[in-house]
Design a protein around this ligand. Structure first.
Ligand code: ASP
Length: 322
């Protein structure tokens, strides 16, 4: 019996190694737990295209938005750990651990990191015909009209929700919030004037701000951005210390063979050095992380640190999704 189980274990390992040697021999699904057309989707499509070239197989982005990324992430956690279903999520992977008290999966132990991708600045924006024209006017206007101003976000725990939470806390004015499955559809409503304001990644806002289709008021980084040089930082606008960037990571379900992770992580690193990716990221106000951050160990450590960082903030705010 003992010999039989040892033999079985040896066969399974041999099978896993053979599977990894051939990997990937079919297309890979990258689940993005946010709606199509939004900033996470944009990052995912750029990276997936480059990784497809390196791996010789298509990485197909599938959007599974809703509930602040937890619906799509739950799907990824349940997927076979065979390297053919991956997850690309942002800071919500960490914040959801505290915001949702009843998740069907463990956002940390349920996943194996492949690597961090990019840290994207955020912008405070509003519909084009929103009356205020600058950040100081915005504050005055929001304070005077707090009963009617609406704030769009991508669900509890999303980056836009967290930014809004910090911003409303900083100005001490609660606004009516409107949740979407991602800030792709939220942007559609902002452009259509159905909702007033949002705080979203530059990967979704730069083009619209530059073309005047929406108004930009401030950036959430400590420094101004080369791509939007006229926008002040919140830090310089009276909110000393206000800083938020949205980090993104690529994951596989826990249990994915190490040999497969060892193929995916270098392919991610190639993407982050791809001139096409770097150029498009720059146009959208971001840069890839340094390569030593684009590793499984660095992402796993970063995720744990971010869970610990957001926990007290969320507990203090007393906002839970359930
Ligand atoms: N920007 C969204 C968020 O607020 C996510 C997305 O739609 O990509 O989390």
């Amino acid at each position: 019996m003992h010999r039989f189980t040892t033999l079985l274990a040896a066969l399974l390992v041999a099978g896993g190694t053979a599977m990894a040697a051939e990997y990937p021999d079919q297309p890979i699904t990258v689940l993005v737990p946010h709606a199509a057309g939004g900033p996470t989707d944009t990052v995912a499509r750029l990276v997936a295209e480059s990784m497809s070239r390196t791996l010789g197989q298509q990485l197909l982005v599938e959007n599974a938005g809703g509930a602040g990324s937890t619906l799509g992430t739950a799907r990824a956690a349940r997927a076979e750990p065979d390297g053919y279903t991956l997850l690309l999520n942002h800071v919500a992977q960490a914040s959801s651990a505290s915001l949702y008290r009843k998740l069907s999966y463990d956002p940390v132990a349920g996943f194996a990191g492949i690597g961090r991708i990019t840290d994207v600045p955020m912008t405070i924006v509003a519909r084009a015909d929103f009356p205020p024209n600058a950040i100081a006017e915005l504050l005055e206007y929001v304070r005077a009209n707090k009963e009617t101003v609406t704030y769009a976000h991508a669900g509890v725990g999303s980056a836009s929700h967290l930014c809004g939470m910090l911003f409303m806390d900083a100005i001490d004015v609660p606004m009516t919030t409107v949740p979407y499955k991602g800030t792709g559809p939220a942007m559609t409503d902002l452009l259509g004037g159905q909702v007033d304001m949002m705080c979203d990644q530059t990967t979704n806002t730069v083009t619209q701000i530059k073309s005047g289709k929406i108004k930009g008021y401030a950036v959430t980084t400590k420094e101004r951005l080369p791509v939007l040089p006229d926008l002040p930082t919140l830090d310089e606008s009276g909110f000393a210390g206000f800083e938020m960037t949205v980090w993104h990571g690529l994951y596989a379900p826990a249990g994915t063979p190490q040999a497969i992770l060892d193929k995916l992580s270098p392919a991610l690193q190639v993407a982050l050095q791809d001139p096409k990716v770097i150029e498009r990221f720059a146009q959208l106000g971001t840069v890839p992380v340094p390569l030593d951050e684009a590793t499984p160990a660095a992402l796993d450590a970063h995720l744990k640190a971010e869970v610990a960082k957001w926990k007290p903030i969320i507990q203090a705010a007393g906002t839970y999704a359930d």
